[in-house]
Design a protein around this ligand. Structure first.
Ligand SMILES: Cc1cc2nc3c(=O)[nH]c(=O)nc-3n(C[C@H](O)[C@H](O)[C@H](O)COP(=O)(O)OP(=O)(O)OC[C@H]3O[C@@H](n4cnc5c(N)ncnc54)[C@H](O)[C@@H]3O)c2cc1C
Length: 433
């Protein structure tokens, strides 16, 4: 890596871990039995446990590493109510289906807001909105249609921002205009996670860390879950493993594609320079296929800049120079600043680009954040719990029988570098032709 971009205090780990570091968690014994076993202790798993407990249903969380060691303390902290529902899906399905998805996505945003308020979670929650930069004029024009759906389905407060007004939201002329979505926020993802974790622990729910579920099978009408530290029997199992879904649930593994996402954090910037980047403190992402997303830190001193720097699994050291270049393309004034943190984590893509919950071969699941899961995975964990507790007749639009697999994919995402090449080509064509 180019050492000139590195601050002397550089760490290849999430900036957010300066606030809550999930690398150590006390180990508890694995109980013999529970009503509901939840696999994976990220937002989805914790939210599911909280809601089950609220409905008086006994549950246990099993986590392969430590709670929060997956994407839930590594993400960008951009929170949306459905802005990023897949383009492909939007093109293929009826307006009614789409509106139902947007309505649930809007609920997911409300749920995060409610949890933060009810559990008193101090997580730098800022409901400042989002700016989505158009990579090309064609994308800008397509935003008009999306704005109608977002406002109708998710009450998103979205509007177009023409190129000549772009500098109201971003200190850059990089985009061809864009859209503003007021019903969006950003937060400190590790502090949000810690808040949920505290809520789970204060209710006495058992969390077993260092307990990877290695085999899972039916025994009569119960499930037996084996881990290297002992076995557990449960009536129901909820799989909340998202971008870390492994071979213990092979039918689910072949429905989600893990993809690395990468982020850097700058050093503290001079106050004037920092204030000029995103003047209204919105979160930003763009419509480029090789996507970038960014926002200021909670204290507005650093830029947190993420994206699909490379397609595949790479170290943060390998991807940081590329992200740095993307960042300086958008903000040339940042050339020369140094970065203090660089990190990576897995998101989970689905073949229809929509998150899913439901039941497959008797296993409940909340999977497939498609890169945008702070609100959505919290929500799908919660909706799974309500379904299991039997306390609602509401049918979540993300709960469908149709969770597509692909005959050429069984858990090894060999095609991701090819997708990357295709995306780069399409981006070039969109921008230049
Ligand atoms: C770099 C990055 C940036 C992102 N930025 C954003 C953003 O700005 N906004 C947004 O909305 N979303 C963002 N996301 C996505 C968001 O972080 C995820 O959607 C969300 O955290 C997923 O939560 P989860 O609980 O479903 O899964 P995770 O938090 O990933 O947790 C899954 C857990 O399952 C555990 N596990 C796996 N297998 C087993 C097993 N066999 N036994 C026991 N445990 C197991 C893993 O160890 C892991 O801890 C980003 C993700 C990344 C990686």
């Amino acid at each position: 890596m180019h050492s000139s971009i590195l601050h002397p205090a550089f760490k290849p780990k999430p900036f957010w871990w300066e606030f809550y570091d999930p690398t150590s968690f006390p180990q508890t014994e694995i109980p013999a039995r529970t009503r509901v076993a939840i696999i994976g202790a990220g937002y989805a798993g914790l939210a599911c446990a909280l809601e089950l407990h609220n409905h008086g249903v006994d549950c246990i969380l099993l986590e392969a590493e430590q709670p929060g060691s997956g994407a839930s303390t590594r993400n960008g902290g951009l929170v949306s109510g459905g802005v990023s529902i897949g383009k492909r899906y939007a093109g293929k399905n009826s307006a009614e289906e789409l509106l139902a998805l947007y309505a649930d996505a809007a609920e997911s945003f409300s749920l995060v807001e409610k949890l933060i308020a009810e559990e008193n979670i101090a997580c730098e929650w800022k409901k400042t909105g989002r700016f989505v930069g158009a990579w090309c004029t064609k994308h800008y024009r397509a935003m008009e249609e999306k704005i109608v759906l977002l406002n109708e389905g998710a009450d998103a407060g979205a509007y177009l921002l023409p190129p000549e007004r772009q500098r109201e939201e971003i200190g850059s002329d990089y985009y061809h205009g864009g859209m503003v979505v007021m019903r969006s926020a950003h937060l400190n993802p590790a502090l949000y996670f810690k808040g949920l974790l505290d809520a789970v622990q204060s209710r006495g729910i058992t969390i077993c860390s260092k307990a990877p579920v290695t085999t899972l099978h039916r025994s009569g009408n119960r499930w037996r879950l084996a881990t290297p530290r002992g076995e557990l029997e449960a009536d129901e199992v909820v799989v909340c493993t998202n971008g870390y879904t492994g071979s213990v649930t092979p039918e689910l593994q072949r429905r989600v594609v893990p993809v690395g996402s990468y982020i850097i954090a700058t050093e503290e910037l001079p106050p004037d320079a920092a204030a000029s980047l995103i003047p209204k403190d919105k979160s930003v992402y763009d419509t480029r296929r090789v996507l970038t997303y960014y926002r200021m830190s909670g204290d507005r001193r650093r830029l947190i800049f993420g994206g699909r720097a490379k397609f595949g699994q790479y170290s943060p050291e390998e991807t940081a120079p590329l992200l740095y270049r993307f960042m300086c393309d958008r903000f040339p004034t940042l050339a020369g600043c140094r970065i203090t943190h660089a990190w990576t984590g897995n998101v989970a893509f689905t073949f229809d680009e929509v998150p899913h919950m439901g039941k497959h071969d008797g296993l409940h699941y909340a999977l497939g954040c498609n890169g945008s899961g702070v609100a959505m995975m919290t929500y799908l964990g919660t909706m799974n719990a309500r379904k299991i507790a039997g306390t609602t007749n509401y049918h979540c639009a993300f709960d469908t029988q149709d969770f597509p697999a692909n005959p050429l994919y069984h858990g090894n995402p060999w095609f991701i570098p090819l997708v990357g090449r295709y995306f780069r080509l399409r981006d070039w064509i969109d921008r230049h032709i």
